[in-house]
Design a protein around this ligand. Sequence first.
Ligand code: Z5A
Ligand code: MG
Length: 215
Amino acid sequence: MARGKLIVFEGLDRSGKSTQCERLVSYLSGRGVPVKHRRFPDRTTPIGQMINNYLQGQSEQEDHVIHLLFSANRWEAVASIEADIKAGTTVIIDRYYYSGCVYSAAKNNPSLDLAWCRHPEEGLPRPDLCLFLDISAEDAASRGGWGEERYEKKELQNRVRQLFADIRATDDGSDFVTIDAGQSLEDVEYAIRHHTETCISKIDDTSPLRRIQPW
Ligand code: Z5A
Ligand code: MG
């Protein structure tokens, strides 16, 4: 049996990740592809609830501590993700370790640079494909403005966009396809389907699920 694929959505806030993630999941299910939808942070677990309280400004956390909680929230899902993929289910995730790295590094805390932030993510399952929905902070903000959560500020979003570009310039970038998220919903969806189908067809039964390697 062919293994499932690991496909991740990334991008700035309001880039359309959750909308497109849901559309891709229903498209693939409609074509008979076994598929599971996940998101990070997963706010349903005890660690996820701590993250939720922090994002909503109901609690404070030291910068390194919240960074490690986001990472732990991924690690607690690894066994389940791996079991699904082994059983032939494709897992589609709304945000992954790239968000983990860039939002923490965007805080400009000198002891929390991109390389430090990436260390706890080493060994996680490596995506077969990262669909990066690219949009400027200005265009994203015009989609109803930022909400009330902690990172929803234009200066931070600009730094996040630059840090995503820095990650794409490393070996991790070979997993990315960049899609212009400023297009219509339908055009973005069409590009996503195209890249997903290419990814699914190019991974054969013998390609193992990789792990995130040290830089
Ligand atoms: N974070 C972190 O720090 N560390 C980590 O490890 C992880 C995350 C995993 C919460 O994430 C915060 O956690 C986030 C990063 C940080 N911080 N910030 N800021 P979240 O994923 O829970 O955030 P969210 O609440 O789901 O929002 P979002 O992801 O920012 O939005 P989105 O999913 O990209 O967009 P959307 O909800 O699909 O669409 C937004 C609106 O735009 C909506 O009205 C759509 O109808 C509209 N839209 C979408 N596409 C289009 C197009 N093409 N044209 C016009 N309008 C569109
Ligand atoms: Mg979302």
